[in-house]
Design a protein around this ligand. Structure first.
Ligand code: ADP
Ligand code: MG
Length: 622
């Protein structure tokens, strides 16, 4: 992710050759692969026409001692009989140590804590979560290659917004192991927003409500200039559709005055409850029927009944939403749009509650199980350079802000980080001193407020500015980053037209680690930086005041009485002393004192210059 090395030489896309790029939703319970075909994104089905692949891998050893494995539905079918070797929900182990898994004791696996990440002992050997995920990814890669009868160019793989570096790295490693070229890891909520085309819509805040089988995630995204930034995330890792199944099963058993005692009965009634629950999303009522060891269970249930049962859990999810909004200091009505993700958001009760909370109907047009994969496919297609309509191709975003050094060693940010490229932004500057004819332009990169903590990219000088009073010159500095990531900076004095510029070459890129380091440093030092910035700004202001007063004294000092002159000299000296100390308040007070103390003098000067201007002229000439 080097700033200025977005496309490698010789890798620029050939416009005539379509590259096959897919989006993969590597989910906790289900995984999907999608691609843009004939202009729209769609999920790719397996040979049986199913788009969903259960995220389950079963390891086996056959009679000849050969290691074998089943992936997806086949693995899932054996989960009960061979739970030790059938790994499900492996996503929860990615990049985690044993100590990070509070419920490890209740899982049917034999864990082994390996350096960096927990692993699972199976009949086929110790399997790391990376390896297990790679099996799932390889299976989806195969499906895509079979569909297109061609090799894949690359894939965008989605991860939860809250995934940390270790979890993201583990996901990348799994993809590499599966032979996939990772174009980018994409946050799941961002993928959902892209699937709805929100990145082409109005800038603002969007909420992504993701209620799956076992987890609930809420993310708040900010869209600006076509790029989403995760503002806040929250949720509940133990809240999902499974909980509704339990409630419905218990209600049916209570109605029929029956009990599910054996593990088999418990599983059977849950499966039936899930089926009934899903039916109630489209029908007003449905029968929960199944054969238990104690007899037939058959109970009629209504959508209202389910809504009543589910209400406390839905309210619980909304409490998480409230928390996230509060943390981000956002009111529900400030959210521009709400995207529904996850199978459980098909429930009308969930849709109604979310709609009522935000005061607007949530977006539900796309299949909530597929929406993440679809968004990833759209992004993959863009990254592969297959955009047919020639719309702005979002190659990448600036990983670090670009700016200029201003007086006092401060950084003025011109292009903030995460701005998509290509981009161009300009800002006007002016001269600091009377008669100043040259301006030094220092281009820096980084998130800190002080120049010395940012990375210096280039320096150049704008010369030949016509001598003018301080502040009269208009110098426009423009930053432009082209689609190849080349930065050019130019400075032009608007009145005279004098101009200077510099092009910064790609070799100035940073490694991912350097970028990460600079970002971290920028975040952790932000508060201290702001204070330091305020002090430096006060010093610049003090310097400007002193300079202006000195000029005025040199020109019109004769207007002052001896005692006024002494008083002003005293005020100037005080600023000089306070500049050297770190007390902003005192410095600002003495700047104000000088401004107030020279007010009468300034008025006198005005009068004199008006008198001079009018001297020798008739009134009607004025
Ligand atoms: P995850 O993100 O956890 O992998 P999904 O997004 O695939 O899970 O959601 C699975 C959950 O969605 C299950 O609890 C399932 O019962 C529920 N679900 C699927 N379809 C419906 C439906 N039509 N009505 C209600 N719930 C549904
Ligand atoms: Mg999901």
């Amino acid at each position: 992710m080097a700033l200025l090395q977005i496309s490698e030489p010789g890798q620029s896309p050939d416009p005539h050759q379509r590259r096959i790029a897919v989006g993969i939703d590597l989910g906790t319970t289900h995984s999907l692969v999608a691609a843009v075909r004939n202009g729209s994104a769609e999920c790719l089905p397996d040979e049986q026409g199913r788009v969903i692949l259960p995220s389950a891998v079963r390891y086996m050893v056959d009679e000849r001692g050969q290691t074998r494995r089943h992936i997806g539905f086949e693995a899932l079918a054996a989960q009960a009989e061979d739970s030790q070797n059938t790994i499900v929900s492996v996503k929860r182990f990615m990049g985690r140590r044993l100590a990070d898994l509070p419920d490890a004791g209740r899982l049917p696996y034999q864990f082994e804590d390996q350096p960096g990440m927990v692993a699972v002992k199976t009949v086929a050997g110790v399997k790391s979560p990376v390896e297990v995920s790679a099996e799932i990814l390889a299976s989806l890669r195969q499906r895509a290659e079979d569909t297109f009868n061609d090799d894949l160019f690359g894939a965008v793989i989605t991860v939860p917004a809250y995934f940390d570096d270790a979890q993201r790295q583990a996901t990348k490693d799994a993809a590499q192991m599966a032979g996939l070229n990772v174009l980018r890891l994409l946050n799941e909520p961002t993928a959902a927003a892209i699937a709805y085309g929100l990145d082409n819509g109005a800038e603002g805040l969007y909420a992504i409500y993701d209620l799956g089988g076992g987890t609930f995630d809420i993310s708040l995204l900010q869209l600006s200039r076509g790029v989403f930034e995760v503002v806040a995330t929250g949720g509940d890792s133990a809240l999902g559709g499974d909980d509704f199944d339990h409630l419905l099963a218990d209600a049916a058993l209570a109605d029929a005055k029956m009990e599910a005692v054996t593990p088999q009965d418990k599983r059977t009634v849950l499966v039936a409850a899930r089926r009934t629950k899903e039916k109630l999303s489209t029908d007003g009522s449905a029968h929960l029927s199944c054969a238990l060891s104690t007899g037939m269970l058959s109970v009629k249930l209504t959508r209202e009944r389910l809504a009543e049962l589910a209400k406390p859990l839905i309210d619980k999810s909304l409490a998480s939403v409230k928390r996230v909004l509060r943390d981000a200091k956002v009111k529900p009505d400030e959210v521009k749009g709400v995207v529904m993700v996850g199978g459980s958001t098909r429930m009308p009760a969930v849709r109604d509650a979310v709609g009522a909370f935000f005061g607007q109907p949530p977006l539900t047009d796309l299949n909530p199980d597929e929406v993440v994969a679809l968004g990833a496919a759209i992004q993959a297609n863009q990254l592969a350079g297959n955009n047919a309509q020639g719309e702005l191709l979002l190659l990448d975003v600036l990983p670090l802000s670009l700016g200029l050094e201003t007086m006092g060693g401060l950084v003025e940010r011109i292009i903030p980080r995460n701005t998509p490229i290509p981009c161009a932004l300009a800002q006007d500057f002016t001269t600091f001193k009377d008669g100043q004819t040259a301006l030094a332009v220092h281009v820096v990169q980084g998130e800190r407020e002080q120049v010395e903590f940012c990375r210096s990219l280039a320096r150049f000088e704008l010369r030949g500015i016509p001598p003018m009073a301080a502040g009269a010159a208009r110098i426009r500095v423009s930053f432009q980053v082209d689609a190849d990531g080349l930065l050019s900076v130019s400075a032009k004095e608007q009145l005279s037209g004098v101009e200077a510029s510099v092009v910064i070459k790609p070799s100035y890129g940073l490694t991912d680690d350097q970028v990460a380091h600079m970002l971290r440093e920028g975040f952790t030092t932000a508060a201290a930086d702001m204070k330091d910035r305020a002090l430096r700004e006060a010093r610049v202001e003090a310097e400007r005041m002193l300079e202006a007063t000195r000029t005025a004294l040199a020109a019109d000092g004769d207007l002052l009485s001896a005692e006024d002159r002494t008083r002003i000299d005293g005020l100037m000296a005080q600023i000089g002393q306070r500049c050297d100390r770190g007390d902003i308040t005192a410095l600002e007070a003495s700047i104000k004192a000088l401004a107030d103390g020279t007010e009468a003098f300034a008025a006198e000067r005005m009068n004199r210059s008006i008198r001079q201007a009018l001297a020798g002229r008739k009134l009607d000439q004025v």
